[in-house]
Design a protein around this ligand. Structure first.
Ligand SMILES: Nc1ncnc2c1ncn2[C@@H]1O[C@H](COP(=O)(O)OP(=O)(O)O)[C@@H](O)[C@H]1O
Ligand SMILES: [Mg+2]
Length: 343
C-alpha cells in the first residue's frame, strides 16, 4: 500500500530524511517511531504530497507522490501535528466543508458525515463551535476530517501529543477502532514508546533521518533479547567482599560479555551482567559465586523493554559510553530502581 524507496529530503543544508526505504502492507497499523527531529513529520509530508522528495521515491497504492499527487491525495487522510481546524465553524459545518473540498459526492455527504461522526465520537458536538471544543474533542474532529473521504491510508502525525492521559486513551482506542474496521492502512508517528506498544503491529524506527529498524513489535523485542542481561546480588558471609575481585570473577564466566557494577555496599554487591549473543550465563554465574564461597542473594534475567531497545537503537556508541559512565557512577537508589522496574 505504501512503498518508500531511498527517500531523501534535504532542507537547505540540513538532511532531514536520509535515504530511507520501507513498505507498509494494506490494513496494517504501523508506528513511525523516533526522537524529536528524527524526520518523522518530513517523511509524512512527503507521503502526503506536501513536500517533494529531494531524491528517491514514495508511492501510495501504486501512485507516485510526484507523478500522480491527485491520485495519492484521494487515497490519503492526513492528520498533521496541528489539525487544520477553523474555530469559528461548527463541527458539522466544518466536516461538510472538508468533505466537499475532498470531493465527496453531494449525495453521499450526509451519510459520510454521520459515519465519521460516529466513528470519531463527535456526534454529540456536531453543533458546537470548534473553538469551544476541548483539545481531545478537537483531535477527534481532526481525525474525522482525515477520514471523511474514506481514504485507504491514514497518516497521523503524533496524534496523541499534547493530550491528557484520559484523552490519550480515548484517541488510541479510536485509532485502533479505525484499524479494526479493516478499511484503513495507518501510519502514526510518535516519539513515545507506549504509543507503539499499545496501538501498532509493526514499528519503523528512525533516528537522525536514518532508518534504524523495522519489524513487528514482538520480533524487535525478541531479536534484541538475543543477548541477556542478568542481575546478580551477592551478600557478604563471614568476611567482607572485595568488589573488584567479585567483578573479575564474574567476568571470567563463559559467555559473559561485560559486568557493570551497580549498587555497591560493604556487605552487598550488585552487578548487571550481560551475555554474548545467544549465551545462557545464569548457571555459570551461580556456580562461580557459590564456588568462590560467596552468598548468592539474587540472580535473575532482566527483560529488555521496548524502551531500552529504542535507546539502544537510537543512541550512538559515544552516547552509550557516556550512559555507561553515568550508570557506573549513579547514586545507589537510582541504580536499585532501574533493576526493580525490570523484574
Ligand atoms: N522547514 C524546515 N526547514 C529546515 N529544517 C527543517 C524544516 N522542517 C524540519 N527541519 C529539520 O529537519 C529535521 C527533521 O524534522 P522533522 O521531520 O520535523 O522531525 P520529527 O517530526 O521526527 O520531529 C529536524 O532537524 C528539523 O529541525
Ligand atoms: Mg514531527
Amino acid at each position: 500500500m505504501i512503498k518508500v524507496e531511498g527517500l531523501t529530503k534535504r532542507y537547505a543544508r540540513k538532511v532531514a530524511v536520509d535515504n530511507i526505504s520501507f513498505e507498509v502492507e494494506k490494513g496494517q497499523i504501523v508506528g513511525f517511531l523516533g526522537p524529536n527531529g528524527a524526520g518523522k513529520t518530513t517523511t509524512m509530508r512527503v507521503l502526503t504530497c506536501f513536500l517533494p522528495p529531494t531524491s528517491g521515491s514514495a508511492q501510495v497504492a501504486g501512485f507516485d507522490v510526484l507523478e500522480h499527487p491527485m491520485e495519492v491525495k484521494k487515497r490519503i487522510g492526513y492528520l498533521p501535528e496541528t489539525p487544520p481546524l477553523y474555530p469559528e465553524m461548527e463541527v458539522h459545518e466544518y466536516l461538510e466543508f472538508v468533505g466537499r473540498i475532498k470531493g465527496v459526492p453531494s449525495g453521499d455527504l450526509a451519510r459520510r458525515l454521520a459515519e465519521v461522526s460516529e466513528a470519531c465520537a463527535v456526534s454529540d458536538v456536531s453543533k458546537t463551535l470548534i473553538g469551544k471544543l476541548s483539545k481531545g474533542y478537537r483531535q477527534r474532529v481532526g481525525l474525522a476530517q482525515a477520514i471523511i473521504h474514506n481514504p485507504d491510508v491514514l497518516i497521523l502525525d503524533e496524534p496523541t501529543a499534547g493530550l491528557d492521559p484520559h484523552q490519550i486513551i480515548e484517541t488510541r482506542d479510536l485509532i485502533k477502532g479505525l484499524a479494526e474496521r479493516g478499511k484503513h492502512t495507518i501510519i502514526l508517528s510518535t516519539h513515545i514508546l507506549p504509543e507503539v506498544e499499545q496501538t501498532c503491529e509493526r514499528v519503523i524506527i528512525i533516528n537522525k533521518g536514518k532508518l534504524v529498524a523495522t519489524d513487528t513489535v514482538e520480533n524487535l523485542t525478541s531479536r534484541l533479547r538475543g543477548a541477556e542481561t542478568v542481575a546478580v546480588e551477592i551478600v557478604a558471609g563471614d568476611g567482607a567482599l572485595n568488589a573488584a575481585a567479585v567483578q573479575a570473577r564474574l567476568e571470567q564466566v563463559a559467555g559473559v560479555s561485560r559486568v557493570l557494577p551497580k549498587e555497591q555496599g560493604e556487605s552487598k554487591l550488585h552487578f548487571m551482567v550481560e551475555s554474548l549473543e545467544g549465551r545462557h550465563i545464569r548457571p555459570g554465574l551461580a556456580k562461580a559465586v557459590v564456588d568462590a564461597g560467596w552468598n548468592l542473594n539474587e540472580l535473575h534475567a532482566v527483560g529488555l523493554s521496548l524502551e531500552e531497545i529504542f535507546l539502544q537503537l537510537t543512541s550512538s556508541p559515544e552516547d552509550a559510553k557516556q550512559e555507561e559512565a553515568i550508570a557506573a557512577t549513579a547514586s545507589e537508589p537510582a541504580a536499585a530502581e532501574t533493576v526493580g522496574e525490570n523484574k
